[in-house]
Ligand binder design. Structure first.
Ligand code: GLV
Ligand code: MN
Ligand code: MN
Length: 406
């Protein structure tokens, strides 16, 4: 029976919520002052779990055990999207910390839980830079090129300001871990809608991202007749509508797509935009479906460019890496939910990206979800009932125990 302390766990989460507090959530972008404080907060807590703490040269916090026996790696991330929720990331980090405190001090359990907070899961500077660095998938040139998507600060400058420049980046010691386990809020409505306590994650979606740029002609909004215009903004708007009309016929049952940002240049009411740029994302766990949709996207963009008398460029910025969760990990979560959550669990795919999909490239990985109130996330209203947080932690710690025991 894992003896977690619900009170200690909630206290930790509430302490983290105060760091960079914004309305009912947090504003803790990567390498901001509150993010760095959160990393320090964790580094100071890790010795409570008999772990040696280190913040490495990309901002990963790692808690390492000197115990003999099997090691399970567990964690999530501490930065947030801008002006967003308090649990996306910290829940998984605090569960890992609690699991390490409970398990690493239990003489009846062989081995240890090691803790990680991966830097920049939320993609302020790239995508999954911290966990990808740990698996050996980030070069120094990648870091040289990375910039903060909000203020354009270089990652090198951010690392320097954080006092992390020049520190080594820690990479995985192959064979050290039996695998990686991550807990997260669901960020959707499946669990809440069915009154379930635990989601047993089967797969994690891949995320493809595109920058689409139309180039028209900047001109006067009053004197340029409609027939003479080459309006890059109008071309972008046409593209959004055409995607929504034509994607469904070629998408899969769980494909989703989002236009997250549109920027018109120069962006003034009295000027016809000469340039329009959008960031567009497609998610699915089947790369073939996305290949099909990418071809369609290029076809539609070209048609609209011709009809709008604009140039167009479709650039893929990010290629998705969907991942399957390990069978044994899924079973362990399910069995733990059977013991500690009255079996109220369901197997489900993740529509959100998580560091577990990166760790899955080098070791067995698994995830569990707890319910999100109203399915809200990437918004400061994101929340989960305290009782669900505690139940999820019990299931998480029992899952760790099972994975270390057999
Ligand atoms: C992770 O935060 C995602 O956007 O899926
Ligand atoms: Mn997250
Ligand atoms: Mn997120």
């Amino acid at each position: 029976m894992p003896n977690i302390s619900g009170e200690r766990l909630l206290r930790d989460l509430y302490e983290l919520r105060k760091i960079g507090e914004y309305k009912t959530g947090v504003h803790r972008p990567t390498f901001s002052e509150p993010h760095l404080r959160a990393l320090e907060w964790l580094a100071q807590k890790l010795p409570q779990a008999s772990l040696a703490a280190e913040i490495d040269g990309i901002g990963n916090v790692l808690g390492t055990s000197a115990e003999a026996g099997p090691k399970l790696l567990a964690g999530s991330h501490l930065e947030s999207q801008n002006f967003a929720g308090w649990l996306d990331g910290p829940l998984g980090v605090v569960y890992a910390l609690e699991a390490a405190r409970v398990i690493n001090s239990d003489p009846n359990i062989q081995g240890a839980v090691e803790v990680a907070a991966w830097c920049d899961e939320e993609g302020h500077f790239g995508h999954f830079l911290g966990s990808r660095s740990y698996v050996g998938d980030v070069t120094d040139q990648d870091i040289d090129a990375a910039r903060d998507r909000t203020d354009n600060r270089t990652m090198r400058a951010a690392l320097q300001a954080a006092g992390l420049a020049g520190r080594p980046r820690v990479t995985a010691e192959r064979g050290r871990h039996v695998g990686y386990l991550e807990a997260h809020i669901e960020q959707g409505r499946t669990l809440e809608g069915s009154r379930l306590a635990i989601g047993v994650v089967t797969s994690i979606v891949g995320i493809w991202q595109y920058q689409i740029t139309f180039t028209g002609e900047q001109n006067h909004a009053g004197t340029t007749r409609m027939k003479d215009r080459r309006d890059a903004g109008l071309a972008l708007a046409r593209l959004c509508v055409a995607i929504d009309d034509r994607f469904p016929a070629r998408s899969g049952p769980r494909t989703v797509w989002t236009t997250g940002r549109i920027a018109l240049d120069p962006g003034a009411p009295s000027i016809i935009p000469g340039r329009g740029e959008m960031l567009f994302q497609v998610r699915d766990d089947d790369p073939e479906i996305v290949e099909r949709l990418e071809a369609l996207l290029r076809e539609i963009a070209t048609e609209i460019a011709v009809a709008s008398r604009c140039g167009v460029d479709v650039k893929r910025l990010r290629t998705g890496s969907p991942a399957m969760m390990d069978d044994r990990f899924q079973r362990a979560v399910e069995e733990a939910a059977s013991d500690f959550a009255e079996g109220r669990s369901v197997r489900m795919p993740s529509g959100a990206g998580h560091d577990a999909q990166v760790l899955a490239t080098i070791m067995p990985a698994g995830m569990l979800f707890v319910p999100s109130i109203g399915g809200i996330s990437h918004h400061w209203d994101e929340n989960t009932d305290d009782a669900d947080i505690i139940k999820g932690a019990e299931v998480f710690v029992e899952t760790c125990r099972r994975l270390l025991s057999n």
